[in-house]
Write a protein that binds this ligand. Structure first.
Ligand SMILES: NC(=O)c1ccc[n+]([C@@H]2O[C@H](COP(=O)([O-])OP(=O)(O)OC[C@H]3O[C@@H](n4cnc5c(N)ncnc54)[C@H](OP(=O)(O)O)[C@@H]3O)[C@@H](O)[C@H]2O)c1
Length: 328
């Protein structure tokens, strides 16, 4: 399989390249694409220095099988259809196509069957949605009537610019108006990610509801909560509360048993040592801790995942590997 990484210089693109070094998709050397800003630079891959090419109207899109895109929605809207037209499958990290009816939205541990045959756009879900669903899917047989998911999201979720803003402020530098956050983020937090709609719900909160419904194929599912940007470099954390119609004193045991076997999940059962972003940074699995039943009609848990990895780059590479296995 011949792979291109679009947005190869970004936070997600760099991580995809590292993953490709140990993936069957790295059999052929990947092509690296970005904007004019970084075209002509080189990135180390295995023991080679690879040239970053510009993605523009002169770029030859043929002689590729899969394009892994991490270059934002605008680039995806323009280029993903052109890759597909050239016979190249696209796995896209942006929100551009996630809710399109004809586009598969995939978390390999949750709905691998959605991966299509042939060249098509496949969407990688929102990072918090992926991390939430790895822990939630194994518990859906318990039929919660409502899921409250409050997120604590790392600055690298806003890309290189988000990480730069935190690092600059930590080093004593000033907040800048063109930073991706509307206030200084060091020593602070911001409980609103993305535009707010007429119901007062943010884009990020809406994505968790809409995308969870699509991936789980459950239009009645209710997922609501507050998405908060916190001054953490990497890894999103989610405080999840599930509410049930019926009281059940055995539900906690059943949940723990399901989570112990859940693919892509590490269950941490020592309440004194819950998963934290610092410890989970760089880890492929999502970690679940503090699982508890504060009352017989509720379950709660704390979920942490590396959003650059499982929330983006790793999930994308896993989807591409599935696509390759189906189409190889
Ligand atoms: N960061 C996360 O945790 C995360 C998680 C899930 C999903 N995502 C999504 O993944 C995508 C990338 O995010 P990121 O965090 O990696 O952002 P980033 O660090 O800001 O990187 C953006 C990348 O896109 C490239 N790019 C921008 N405009 C381009 C254009 N017109 N043509 C070609 N390449 C272009 C940039 O290249 P230059 O170097 O040339 O500027 C850079 O390589 C976004 O859609 C984001 O929403 C991110």
């Amino acid at each position: 399989m011949k792979v291109a990484v679009v947005g190869a210089t970004g936070v997600v693109g760099q991580e995809m390249l590292r993953l490709l070094e140990n993936s069957p998709l790295g059999e052929s050397t990947p092509r690296l694409l970005a904007s004019v800003r970084s075209a002509g630079t080189h990135i180390r891959w295995r023991d080679e220095d690879l040239l970053v090419e510009v993605l523009d109207h002169d770029t030859v899109l043929t002689d590729l099988d899969v394009a892994l895109m991490a270059a934002g929605s605008e680039t995806a809207r323009i280029w993903a259809p052109q890759f597909v037209k050239a016979g190249v499958a696209v796995v896209d990290n942006s929100s551009a196509y996630r809710l399109d009816a004809e586009v598969a939205l995939v978390v390999p541990e949750v709905n691998p069957e959605a991966v299509p045959r042939g060249p098509a756009i496949i969407a990688n879900p929102n990072c918090s949605t992926i991390i939430l669903l790895l822990a939630l899917k194994p518990l859906m047989h318990l039929t919660p009537n409502r899921v409250i998911a409050d997120t604590y999201q790392a600055v690298s979720g806003a890309g290189r610019a988000g990480l730069d803003a935190l690092e600059r402020e930590v080093a004593g530098g000033e907040f800048r108006v063109d930073d991706p956050f509307p206030f200084p983020i060091h020593g602070n937090l911001f409980p609103s990610i993305g535009e707010v709609d007429e119901d007062g719900v943010t884009v990020e909160e809406r994505k968790m509801l809409d995308e969870s419904r699509k991936i789980l194929g459950d239009e009645d599912l209710i997922v609501q909560g507050t998405c908060v940007r916190v001054p953490v470099a990497r890894c999103h954390s989610i405080a999840v509360t599930m509410l049930f119609d019926r009281e059940d004193s055995k539900r906690l045991d059943s949940a723990l048993a399901a989570l112990r076997q859940a693919p892509g999940v590490i269950l941490e059962e020592d309440p004194q040592s819950p998963p934290t972003p610092g410890r989970l940074s760089g880890v492929h699995e999502v970690s679940v801790g503090r699982v508890r039943a504060p009352s017989t009609d509720a379950l709660q848990m704390w979920v942490v995942g590396d959003q650059v990895l499982k929330g983006a780059a790793l999930n994308t590479v896993q989807i591409a590997e599935l696509w390759s296995a189906k189409n190889g």
